[in-house]
Design a binder for this molecule. Structure first.
Ligand code: MN
Length: 492
């Protein structure tokens, strides 16, 4: 399903005590708000007004339907009037979809001349939302609270961001990852408990033989390769005479895409240590698959592959870019402290500042019989995040660091791969100390389209630990946070 296929259910709290006239007004306004929010053009998905909730049965029935319906990516609640929370208790306790408590109000102003007790009885959001908020706290249920006037652009944009995150959660719960080969030998951080990942994040991570991929590659026709070559030429500059290498990558891409689509997989991993029967490590092939929305992880890193696919789904239609990244090396000149990120081949072209070039170069690592074709480019400048999911044994931790990407400060003409350069927040030294203290991997998902608030919301929805490294983070505060988190998670 695409972003536009998802919907969010608007459930508005009230009670029978108010009488038919007030309830009819509440329902009409809830519909009006829904229509205006949908017409505003700022939300990525449709809101559907479901019910003005007056009884426990109504609420439980609506929540049961929401849980069951694939299209429903989340529930948005708001109390126009007072709505006693015990009637919400059973329903919300059973809710399995992301929940946003939208603390808003129909009217913007207190009408000085008109206000009387009838007005007060109809417009009680300040009162009703507190009762509703208590229940959320009492249930210890993950929820997003968004407060503000519903017609304000900044409020709608926050709602839009949360909706995107909730769609990411829906995609996560259906995520299937295709692994070609295992993890790179001896590497720890790319390992993880696949059963725990499926339980918490919904990811089904399974393996397919490289030999099956080679068999699939052999069934790709020259005509299919011709078609994909036209697509490459339309999107990239060919900067090599080695057309055979590009055609070989096209063959790999078509075969991997076929296998993934057949199995419903949105992410894949491979390893240079297992290319048996293949002439080249997929470079351009993996890059162009990432450009189409598939998640990828090198060296068997299925966690970063799935996380990249989830964030790509969250950011569908946005223009910044999201892809697999690896921290490589630093520039430690005072006042110019930058990280250089790249990979041996597979950097996603959605991160590119300009038009990527297809080049072929020798790749010493792995079992490449031929020089693999890859896209080479510079990454965009601008604010972004890098995100890493690690398995601490017994729990998953999602780490998100704010970064400021820059145009690479030097051309690096002999570097044969795509590159992104950035300044970590709060600064390279502190940011690095925090990242290492938290256990973040060398592999990350880099995104110009999501922010730490969304990653935090995602972690809350999925029930995993979250660590944010940003402008205000210090090593001392982080160490205290991690110490307390260890205790808290042991009690779970
Ligand atoms: Mn790597």
């Amino acid at each position: 399903m695409l972003m536009k296929d998802y919907e969010f259910w608007f459930v508005v709290g009230s009670q029978d005590l108010y009488g038919a006239e007030v309830l009819a007004t509440v329902a009409a306004r809830a519909q009006e708000m829904t229509d205006k929010l949908n017409a505003g053009g700022l939300l990525p998905c449709r809101i559907v007004y479901k019910v003005t909730a007056k009884t426990s049965e109504e609420i439980s029935r609506t929540i049961a339907e929401a849980n069951f319906k694939d299209e429903c990516a989340g529930v948005i609640t708001w109390c126009h009037t007072f709505s006693p929370s015990k009637m919400w208790l059973s329903g919300l306790a059973a809710l399995q979809k992301p929940w946003c408590h939208f603390a808003t109000q129909y009217n913007r102003e207190i009408p000085n001349e008109e206000i009387d007790m009838d007005f007060m009885n109809l417009n009680q959001a300040a009162h009703g939302d507190r009762e509703h908020g208590f229940l959320g706290a009492r249930l210890r249920k993950p929820r997003k609270v968004i407060a503000g006037y519903w017609q304000d652009e900044e409020v709608q944009l926050r709602l839009a961001k949360w909706m995107r995150t909730a769609v990411g959660a829906a995609v996560s719960r259906q995520m299937k990852v295709m692994r070609f080969g295992d993890n790179m030998r001896q590497v720890a951080v790319t390992e993880g408990d696949k059963v725990e990942a499926q339980l918490k994040l919904g990811w089904q991570v399974n393996t397919w033989a490289v030999g099956d991929l080679v068999k699939e590659m052999n069934s790709v026709t020259e005509a299919e390769i011709d078609d994909l070559m036209k697509e490459y030429t339309a999107n990239y500059d060919i900067a090599t005479d080695n057309i055979d290498a590009i055609r070989y990558q096209a063959r790999e891409e078509i075969a991997m895409k076929r296998m993934m689509d057949r199995e419903g997989c949105r992410a894949f991993s491979n390893t240079f240590q297992d290319l048996y029967g293949m002439e080249q490590l997929p470079g351009l092939a993996s890059q162009h698959l990432m450009a189409q929305g598939y998640g990828y992880g090198g060296e068997g890193d299925w966690k970063v592959a799935a996380m990249t696919a989830v964030i790509k789904a969250m950011t569908e239609g946005q223009k910044g870019g999201t892809g697999f990244m690896e921290d490589y090396t630093y520039h430690l000149v005072k006042g110019q402290e930058y990280s250089l990120g790249a990979h041996m081949l597979e950097v996603c072209p959605t991160l590119a500042a300009g038009r990527p070039r297809i080049e072929t170069h020798h790749l010493g690592i792995g079992m490449n019989e031929k020089d693999p074709a890859r896209l080479v480019f510079e990454g965009k400048a601008g604010p972004a995040v890098v995100v890493s999911l690690i398995d601490l044994g017994g729990r998953m931790r999602l780490i998100c660091q704010d970064i400021e990407a820059v145009k690479p400060i030097m051309p690096m003409p002999n570097l044969p791969v795509a590159r992104v350069m950035w300044r970590a927040l709060p600064d390279l030294q502190t940011g690095l100390e925090c990242w290492i203290t938290a256990g973040g991997a060398h592999h990350t998902t880099l995104s110009y389209d999501v922010d730490a608030e969304q990653m935090r919301d995602f972690a809350n929805i999925m029930g995993i630990e979250f660590v944010h490294i940003g402008a205000d983070t210090t090593v001392e505060k982080l160490e205290d946070q991690l110490f307390l988190a260890d205790l808290a998670w042991k009690l779970q």
